[in-house]
Design a protein around this ligand. Sequence first.
Ligand SMILES: *Cc1c(COP(=O)(O)O)cnc(C)c1O
Length: 376
Amino acid sequence: MPRPIHASISLAALGHNLDVVRRHLDQAAQAASGRTPSIWAVIKANAYGHGIEAAVAGFSAAQGLAMLDLAEAVRCREAGWGGPILLLEGFFQPADLDLVDRYHLCATVHTREQLDMLAHARLSRRVDIMLKLNSGMNRLGFSADAYGSAHARALQLREQGVVGAIGKMTHFACADGTQGVAGQMQIFQNVTQALGDGPISVCNSAATLRYPQIAVAHGAQAHWVRPGICLYGASPFSDAEAATFGLRSAMSLRSQIIGVQDLPAGADVGYGATFRAERPMRVGVVACGYADGYPRHAGTGTPVTVGGVRTRLVGRVSMDMLMVDLDPVPAAGIGTPVSLWGQDGPSVDEVATAAGTIGYELLCALAPRVPVKRDP
Ligand SMILES: *Cc1c(COP(=O)(O)O)cnc(C)c1O
């Protein structure tokens, strides 16, 4: 028998969340008398831990898929995805352009070096690119000063038959916070407005949920949003839960109680004896630890569901196990199901908050040793 831990991935929840985002965008488009933008479902990092193949199946209704690992892009094609694929970091070396060409990938272009590589490439067809502007996050992209000449070079490459569509793209640093997107959006518009047609892409999950109106398409230009985390049913915000948007958690991490200790008052639990029983209590041992991807920084009090009842973690998380308070669940014993996060447990964001991090990190960090089951 394998250890009882597993992660369930709900394809229905992935499809449902995509629908929620689409309806949200439809409403914004209606209110602004424009067109609903297309959706690039972001599936980087093994689809935020959910598995590329599950994401290809669950997001079959998306217009495009976006990621940054070329091998993951190839897996999408092999899984039967025929639609657009966007590489969010583009290509890294000239040899990557062979894959870009063969698998018909759209590439973010954010450096002069990438334009040079394109100029020297021998390709069987034109490459569609998204030219990225650094509008203030100072991560990827051409500076506002350099963007115009990069765009002119891209136009030259188009005349030479190397480049196809030339899109414009940027990424927001503070769409989830009080600073918002207005400042970066203004820079994006100032820099790109005069540069002719082509697809536009600006919004991640936070911007898509909070500022959908900026993605509404008017006129000839196509708009694409790039939601990631919300499609998996987790929240991009620290002050709003995913459920408030009608999103459903797609990954459920489940295990079982594999040991029970009856403790007298004053007994300590786990490494470092960081938890002490104030009165006699029962503690359950769960087959799940930090080697499974559960955060070691989650301390006493982190929510966990045992036998359908919400209780709390006690003591330190160890490599393969963690301990829970069984007092609220007197019927629990060996084999009782435990939900660490997901549909029948706390949200991944609640566990993340208790561990001082964000749901993104926990989903991506699901360990390869955890078996993954696919729910319909
Ligand atoms: C990761 C990423 C996204 C998606 O971000 P979420 O916060 O998960 O919605 C969108 N665009 C780019 C460029 C990204 O790197």
